[in-house]
Design a protein around this ligand. Structure first.
Ligand code: ADP
Length: 745
């Protein structure tokens, strides 16, 4: 089998994603590889596919036991024999695994780096054909990274100890130059193929919300997304406990995680989350390492994190399956204080005195950059990407700021007073003093240090503090001001020469309206967008079946099938094995294990709901609910009726769209035309402005317009068998007639 066939047969995917093929080809040409790809980009497949094609074994070095176990489970599910060797196994189990590996049972073995030193393992390695050593989370080898692990340095000696040098492939999502160079150098990569696919996670929608009542926001958001799995990060354990209690009382299936909870309970809570027993988790940043859950639809930060590095990593746990997901940061000025307080209490035992100051400076600087992210009105995605060293062109049109309406306010006059004030402080004071002075605050501290005698004192007293804060942030971004690093940062003058030109203006963008938790995100297309309410009903059924199987198999549901795969099943509604294998993410082994049960579920649903339109795509030649846009038959003429046929249409008080479709298909005498689909009728209704489609809260919903309402289009509420309410549009004779006329030729 070639690489593409392996991708299809084992993993069920039709094509490679960005970067994957280049990496696989390089490995197959025996070249070392250094791949930098963001979370969710699909790194595993880059080494798993060639591992199956190389003659010997591939050893994957991975830092976390839970990650290894997940990966091995997923491979076994895909029909690939793989094993892991780590401290969760006893000596007997390890010996057995190594014996089986020697016998050629496994193509891929995951090991913890510590294992590379064990006699038994090195002895095994020396007598085995090892084709490739893959270093997962390769940034752990760099002291520059946040997750440096001493044990990763042992990889080098291990590779040297082998009789034949294997191919070395290294993977990470950390993109900084230092880390990249460290990996290549320390691992001693030979003329590696370096593949960097870009840091951007296009499916993540970033939002910053300055809300007063964070609890209300979180409750509202979760209640509006009841089907979704999400993580809510809080800065402190106390926050976690109280928010968890609140949500629990509101009936949310929620669990919690922080370092104050005993080990056993923590593990149970984590598993409840992974297994979708409790799809929502409230946690401190102690939670998340090694969590591979692919269907996390949102990550809400209840408090501002301490750095962009932390934020990107934590928020990045959303949407690993590539589906649109939200990363929402709830900001309040108090968060800055909380974080300063937490940083002040940081434990510096065992750290040399001279390093402490450096670390404190670095921490304070990171906090400033984080705060600016929360306050910027510019594109949030660009802010993140620029921070991590990527250049960007234009705004992303896919983040909260790009979708907010702003009014632009010219604050050049105010900016000049800020400059005057900073000049008067001679760079001795920070933002709080400058703001207080400009606002003319009556504070003892200002009197004490004498800023009440400045010319600038009270000069901007009728402006709001929030507005001036934004102005100062903008002036820092523009380079007019400069904020020093360190715990007690002060404001200094930057390059103010452009301000001497009368044509230079300092423009501040202010929010026009406040956004709410339920705000729609219109530009992101989800796979579920193509599902109708009936489609959702089927999707829910398939999810239930998946959960049932997951419990039987003691396996996280997303390892059985991802949400994306279930959605594709709804869209394609496969009827047999070959159609099921056409669904993205269904490989041969998974089909053999679970395929029939999913086919049965789909069939049962269709039999119980013969008129249900599941997806907005429909197969035209069948006029059925089966959706396979790629398989449309060609050659037949478009559907039509003639005048005579139209007489036979049986008008009724109210029809829903599929009934009109069936009635038209019944009366036509036209030969060899495609069967009429409901979509065609819908297209007509849309074009006439009688109906419109709205993406409400991520769901695809059709509603009548005012014009449609006037013509008597009504709705009826129905409840699905699963107990979910849905709305059906009903069309009166006047509209039925219009539709009939439209198809007359
Ligand atoms: P990473 O390790 O880079 O975070 P993963 O290897 O966990 O990412 O892959 C993320 C998700 O993308 C997984 O669900 C995986 O099955 C899926 N995936 C990977 N490659 C492809 C592909 N070529 N087509 C479709 N899905 C893919």
């Amino acid at each position: 089998m070639d690489a593409k066939e392996i991708l299809k047969v084992y993993f069920g995917y039709d094509s490679f994603r960005d970067g994957q093929e280049i990496i696989i080809n390089a490995i197959l040409e025996s070249r070392d590889v250094l791949a930098i790809m963001p979370t969710g980009a699909g790194k595993s497949i880059c080494y798993q596919v060639p591992a199956l094609m190389l003659s010997g074994i591939t050893i994957v070095i991975s830092p976390l036991i839970s990650l290894m176990q997940d990966q091995v489970k997923a491979l076994n599910e895909a029909g690939i024999n793989a094993a892991y060797i780590n401290s969760s196994l006893n000596d007997l189990q390890i010996s057995k695994a190594l014996r089986l590996a020697s016998e050629g049972v496994y193509k891929i073995i995951y090991v913890a780096p510590e294992r590379l030193e064990s006699m038994e393992f090195t002895e095994f390695a020396s007598r085995t054909d090892i084709s490739m050593v893959t270093v997962d989370e390769a940034h752990c080898i760099s002291q520059w990274g946040q997750d440096f692990r001493q044990s990763y340095l042992k990889i080098v000696d291990f590779v040297k100890s082998l009789s034949k040098r294997p191919i070395i492939s290294a993977f990470t999502a950390t993109a900084t130059e230092e880390v990249k160079n460290d990996i290549a150098c320390i691992l001693n990569l030979k003329n590696p193929s370096v593949v960097v696919t870009g840091f951007d996670r296009k499916n993540l929608y970033y939002r910053v919300e300055s809300v007063k009542r964070k609890d209300d926001f979180v409750v509202e958001y979760i209640e509006k997304h009841p089907q979704d799995s999400g993580i809510i990060y809080c800065a402190t354990r106390k926050n976690v406990d109280s928010l968890h209690e609140l949500l629990f009382k509101r009936g949310v299936a929620v669990t919690k995680y922080h370092a104050g909870i005993d080990n056993e309970t923590r593990k149970k809570n984590q598993n409840d989350f992974i297994y979708d027993k409790t799809p929502v988790i409230v946690a401190t940043n102690a939670f998340g390492m090694g969590i591979d859950k692919s269907n996390v639809r949102y990550v809400i930060h209840y408090n501002m994190p301490q750095s962009m590095e932390n934020y990107y990593q934590e928020a990045g746990r959303a949407g690993r399956d590539g589906e649109p997901s939200q990363c929402i940061l709830l900001f309040s000025a108090q968060d800055v204080m909380i974080n300063k307080f937490l940083l002040e209490r940081k434990d510096f035992t065992d750290i040399p005195f001279e390093d402490i100051e450096l670390i404190q400076q670095r921490d304070a600087k990171r906090l400033q950059i984080m705060e600016r992210y929360c306050r910027t009105t510019n594109c949030l995605r660009n802010y993140i990407l620029n921070y991590f060293g990527e250049t960007t062109t234009g705004n992303c049109d896919n983040c909260g700021n790009c979708h907010s309406e702003y009014t632009e306010v010219d604050m050049t006059y105010e900016a000049k007073w800020v400059i005057n004030c900073v000049a008067e402080t001679k760079g001795r004071y920070g933002q709080a003093i400058v703001l207080g002075t400009l606002l003319g605050a009556n504070r003892a501290r200002l009197k004490e240090i004498g800023t009440v005698n400045y010319k600038s004192y009270g000069m901007l007293k009728d402006r709001s503090e929030a507005q001036l804060r934004m102005l100062i942030s903008q002036m820092i971004l523009d380079g007019y001001l400069y904020q020093t690093e360190g715990q007690y940062s002060v404001l200094r003058m930057g390059d103010i020469s452009p301000l001497r030109d009368d044509n230079t203006h300092v423009i501040i963008k202010m929010h026009k309206e406040k956004e709410t938790a339920g705000k729609q995100v219109l530009s992101q297309k989800k796979s579920t967008d193509s599902l109708t309410s009936a489609g959702y009903e089927l999707f829910e059924k398939l999810r239930k079946l998946r959960l049932e199987i997951a419990r039987e198999e003691a396996m996280p549901p997303y390892i059985i099938f991802s949400d994306k795969t279930l959605i594709d099943m709804c869209v394609k509604t496969p009827q047999n094995k070959s159609e099921m294998l056409n669904v993205s993410g269904v490989g041969v082994a998974k089909y053999d294990k679970y395929g029939q049960r999913f086919l049965d579920e789909i069939k049962e649903y269709q039999e119980n709901n013969p008129n249900a339109v599941i997806s907005i795509y429909e197969e035209e030649d069948q006029g059925s609910i089966v959706s396979k846009p790629k398989k449309r038959k060609r050659g037949k003429a478009e559907f039509y009726i003639n005048e005579e046929d139209s007489e036979k249409f049986q008008y009724k008080d109210l029809y829903y769209i599929s009934e009109i479709k069936d009635e038209l298909n019944r009366i036509t005498t036209a030969d060899d035309v495609k069967k009429l689909s409901a979509t065609k009728i819908l297209d007509y209704l849309l074009s006439q402005g009688l109906v419109e489609e709205r993406n409400i809260d991520g769901k695809f919903i059709r509603v009548q317009t005012d014009k449609g309402l006037q013509k008597g289009i009504t709705t009826i509420e129905k409840v699905s068998k699963a107990g979910n309410p849905y709305t059906l549009l009903m069309y009166p004779p006047e509209v039925q007639k219009e539709i009939v006329n439209y198809f007359i030729r």
